[in-house]
Ligand binder design. Structure first.
Ligand code: ADP
Ligand code: MG
Length: 491
């Protein structure tokens, strides 16, 4: 057995796949040997999602939604008011912009809307990555950078898109960080996340920050709508289809929003407009009740920057599926010599296996699972046998299946809540759930499990009318549409 540990001065290196040299950079394997089969069986059992369990998950989701609507802080689900009370109808006309800041990139988009007939006359976008140093700069520096890119984008138009005289360009601002929204065009930043540590923004209205920066750039522009990406996705999908009632993002993280009646929101103390509805941002990633979790999930959670939080997100979203699989593989190589007598060093590195890798391995239909072999070699540094590759694919399937099925149960929970609180609101008529995000878009097995679960839980009759469909990049155009819907000018 090779026993050179991570503390060794010998740098790790990758062997050629056929290499016969002794391996380096391996850890000593622990002695409590188990069989891979028994670990796999336990994983299957712990991840099982039989219909009764999924029904419970859907029921708990519905109950937590209600609790979150009753009072702030009463539920895992924050059920945040979006202040989006009017969704696009298709009648929108004119030139609008969107700005999407949600991660390491931001996007600027321009759309020319031509009303019911012409719809989207033209659209164009630009994507810019946020320089690392700006992620820990001052608020002014970050927003000045964003505004300067926006100014460049507008400048490039070269006067091609003129607004009526005296009119200011309007922007829909998609901002996917924790906000305390106070109106459709204002929101206080509670906390930067995702690696941002910008000073001076927390506790401030991010719309004011952006408006001021645009002013400093001499840009004649204003933010008309501040929206979460899920809300943007719902607006974008609704523009094309009046029956869209729910939007779900399954990407790096996950979230969902839906159309709720004002009368069903006890915590909304403001006067209710009779018959009015609004969009509620559930922040469902924080859901946690009754989920089938494994020791691997618990360990990953304990090692995370937010232990005990975002448990649903950690079970179903793209940032985590790969890491769960890696933890299972690591255990199997430790306890069951899945990859021979030693533990590959790369496999010990958190997040070294990514969800797209897991997805690619599941697409391998070759007899000897060649693609699985090369991904394992490239990512984990292991030479695998056909036997172990088969086990790896089964682990991928187990984790993806649990994720897809739980996401499906969450969707049914939302639909169920909507129907229970207003009979006939969704069941028995065409209802569309708009889906967006890289995980949903690119992982066919995951998507399949999600759809199967929705169908199984709703039954054949109701599910005939419930359409779960991909609405690509709805959130970008959605924010521009919401800028139009909330325009200060008459249409
Ligand atoms: P974000 O959620 O960061 O706004 P996206 O919606 O584009 O971004 O989703 C990106 C995420 O989607 C990645 O972090 C990854 O987890 C997941 N993803 C991307 N490609 C694939 C793929 N081929 N298979 C499975 N998941 C993928
Ligand atoms: Mg996104």
């Amino acid at each position: 057995m090779s026993v050179i540990t991570a503390a060794s001065a010998v740098p790790p290196f990758c062997l050629p796949r056929s290499g016969q040299r002794p391996r380096v950079a391996m850890m000593v394997r622990s002695s409590n040997a188990l069989s891979a089969a028994s670990i796999l069986t336990k994983l299957h059992n712990d991840c099982a999602t039989p219909l009764p369990l999924l029904r419970q998950v859907a029921d708990s989701m519905a109950a937590d939604m209600r609790a979150g609507l009753a009072a702030d802080g009463a539920s895992d689900l924050k059920m945040i008011l979006s202040y989006v009370d009017a969704l696009p109808t298709g009648e929108e006309n004119g030139l609008y912009y969107a700005l999407d800041l949600g991660g390491t990139n931001f996007r600027v988009l321009r759309v020319q809307l031509g009303g019911k007939e012409a719809r989207v006359v033209s659209t164009e976008f630009d994507q810019v990555s946020i320089p690392q140093e700006l992620m820990s700069a001052t608020s002014e520096e970050l927003f000045d950078f964003i505004a300067s890119k926006l100014a460049k984008f507008v400048e490039k138009e070269g006067g091609k898109f003129e607004l009526p005289h005296g009119r200011t360009r309007e922007v829909g601002f998609t901002f996917s960080f924790a906000l305390k929204q106070t109106s459709i065009n204002s929101g206080i930043l509670i906390k930067w996340t995702k690696g941002f540590a910008v000073s001076g923004t927390e506790g401030r209205d991010v719309v004011a920050c952006l408006n001021e920066a645009m002013g400093r750039q001499g840009l004649n522009m204003r933010v008309s709508a501040l929206v979460n990406d899920t809300v943007g996705a719902l607006a974008g999908a609704r523009y094309w289809d009046d029956n869209v009632m729910v939007a779900v993002i399954l990407g790096t993280g996950t979230n969902a929003c839906y159309v709720e009646l004002m009368d069903n929101i006890p915590k909304l103390h403001a006067p209710k407009s009779a018959g009015g509805s609004t969009i509620i941002n559930t922040e469902w990633g924080a859901f946690s009740r009754g989920l089938p979790l494994t020791e691997f999930d618990r360990e990953m959670d304990a090692a995370s920057i937010n232990p005990g939080q975002q448990i649903f997100e950690k079970t179903i979203s793209g940032m985590y599926l790969g890491e769960i699989v890696r933890r299972v593989l690591h255990r199997m190589s430790e306890d069951a010599t899945l990859f021979g007598d030693s533990i590959p060093k790369k496999l010990q590195m958190p997040f070294s296996l990514r969800t797209p890798d897991v997805c690619s391995m599941q697409q391998d239909t070759s007899k000897d699972l060649e693609a699985v072999g090369s991904i394992l070699y490239d990512v984990a540094g292991v030479n695998s046998s056909l036997e172990s590759r088969k086990i790896v694919v089964e682990i991928c399937e187990t984790i993806a299946k649990r994720g897809g099925r739980l996401a499906g149960a969450g969707i049914v929970g939302i639909l169920q809540k909507m129907e229970e609180d207003s009979k006939g609101a969704v069941f028995g008529k065409r209802t569309v759930v708009a889906m967006d995000g890289g995980l949903y878009e690119h992982y066919p097995q995951y998507r399949g499990h999600l759809q199967d679960t929705v169908t199984e839980l709703l039954g054949p009759e109701i599910s005939k009318n419930v359409i779960v469909q991909h609405s690509k990049d709805g959130s970008g155009i959605g924010a521009a549409l919401l800028a139009a819907t909330n325009s200060i000018y008459q249409h």
